[in-house]
Design a protein around this ligand. Structure first.
Ligand code: UDX
Length: 441
């Protein structure tokens, strides 16, 4: 099929490449000149394992091209995917949907009456109905507009797009359903569950799924708070409850909590939308989910104060990891950066290390010492905080190597990812969130 993908951020760029890999003829539309130039040159403007290679591959095959704006070629497309961002509005919890409005207005002059527009962005329920009106006014006819939420995770984005655990489409008409069945045919032929719903349900699926995931993480983090004052171990607790298949063992890792471009903003936008709909109480609990999440970040500073004293000025703290999770260079709402900022406020010198995102750290947080060389970063540190569990921090001889250069062998494991015994054997005092591992030293 001939398709356009509008908005080439994490979601759109991955989706465009995935669609080209499936054999479709893809036009990617991106307004940001730098991102556009990168993509045209076969460079993915963010870190996503495997995506660069896949992009080069589909460019070489001639299945994909990138443009700043629509032109007559867009009129030939049977299907247009909307993938622009819906960030949190400044000063509010609500999502900003203005980029979607601009995207449909820009598309309208090139939209064929029989073509289908499928929204993939995460939106407040009810957005599609508004966009249908905006598009109808601009195009002069009633458009086929469907909603097709995307569940990809950063770090495994391409794999998640090509082998999703389900595809959900919300449609109002047969034309939209058939177009989406056709575009995903190769994936559906593998037996991937395909759910056809009404549009509000499809819009809700994404925020409901992300709210559930956020709640699961905050649940185990709340248990970690209980564990810390009762001598229990939240990691063992998660394992024990996770064997119950109804609970499951995934998304029960306690630590400094969730971040990134989706979970934090989605739960807030959901609260704002529920308020507007007069049912704010239904998702009041998400405020607690958010609170628990923010408290776990602050817990790291409490522990540093407990170990190093109330006054941290003059102390040097190394934060390992800056991205919101490993295998990503995304700093959006990163718990690691949030923790580093909280430590910085105490007057300590904060050194940040990350395998791939230090350029972003330097650009966005000039207050931190961003050091690429791990041994240099650790030199003279009074404490080390593991904030993002990159494999390189968990493996190899890190405890021995860092032990040689730090001023004080104190490590706070904010992700419960370090091998406790290995660090203890190398002479470190290790404190892990939600656990009482000092007692086992
Ligand atoms: C999430 C959803 O998983 C995905 O389906 C959706 O499409 C977009 O939002 P992503 O933002 O890539 O994906 O990250 P995810 O893997 O969900 O992790 C989110 C955050 O939760 C990270 O900061 C991670 O460190 C944290 N996390 C995850 C925990 O703290 N504990 C866990 O057990 C799992």
């Amino acid at each position: 099929m001939k398709i356009t993908v509008i908005g080439l951020g994490y979601l759109g760029a991955t989706h465009a490449v995935a669609m080209a890999e499936l054999g479709h003829d893809v036009i990617g539309i991106e307004a940001n000149p730098q991102k556009l130039a990168d993509l045209q040159n076969g460079i993915v403007p963010f870190y996503e394992p495997g995506l660069d290679e896949a992009l080069k591959n589909v460019i070489a095959k001639g299945n994909i091209k990138f443009k700043a704006d629509h032109d007559e070629e867009s009129r030939q497309a049977d299907l247009h995917f909307l993938c622009v961002g819906t960030p949190q509005l400044p000063g509010s919890y609500a999502a900003n949907t203005e980029y979607l409005h601009s995207a449909v207005k820009a598309l309208a002059p090139y939209l064929r009456q029989d073509a289908v527009v499928a929204g993939k962005s995460t939106v407040p329920v009810g957005t599609s109905a508004i966009l249908t009106q905006v598009l109808a006014d601009a195009a002069g006819f009633a458009p086929h507009l469907a909603w097709n939420p995307e569940f990809l995770r950063e770090g495994t984005a391409l794999e998640d797009s090509l082998r999703p655990d389900r595809i959900v489409i919300g449609v109002n008409d047969e034309v939209s359903e058939q177009a989406l069945r056709k575009v995903y045919k190769k994936i559906l032929d593998h037996g991937t569950p395909f759910l056809v719903t009404d549009i509000p349900t499809a819009e809700l699926v994404k925020v409901a799924a992300n709210s559930f995931l956020a709640t699961k993480i905050s649940f185990i983090n709340a248990m970690a708070e209980i564990a810390e004052v009762s001598g229990a171990d939240a990691v063992a607790l998660a394992e024990a409850i996770g064997y119950d298949e109804r609970i499951g063992n995934k998304f029960l890792r306690n630590g400094i909590g969730f971040g990134g471009g989706c979970l934090p903003k989605d739960i807030r936008a959901f609260m704002a939308r529920a308020q507007e709909l007069g049912v704010g109480k239904a998702v009041d609990f998400l405020a607690d989910v958010d609170d628990v999440n923010l408290r776990r970040r602050a817990r790291v500073v409490d522990l540093l104060n407990r170990e190093l004293g109330a006054d941290l000025s003059g102390k040097r703290v190394l934060v390992l990891g800056a991205a919101f999770k490993p295998d990503s260079d995304d700093l959006r709402d990163s718990p690691a950066i949030a923790v580093a900022k909280l430590i910085k406020v105490t007057g300590a010198t904060v050194v940040v290390h990350d395998p791939i995102s230090l350029d972003h750290v330097r650009a966005q947080n000039p207050d931190f010492v961003a050091e690429q060389d791990l041994a240099l970063a650790a030199t003279g540190a009074d404490a080390v905080v593991l904030a993002t569990e990159w494999a390189q921090y968990r493996e190899g001889h890190i405890p021995a190597d860092l032990g040689k250069v730090v001023a004080n062998k104190l490590v706070i494991d904010g992700r419960n990812a370090l091998k406790v015994e290995k660090w203890q054997q190398a002479g470190w005092r290790l404190i892990a969130l939600g656990r009482n591992v000092e007692a086992t030293a």
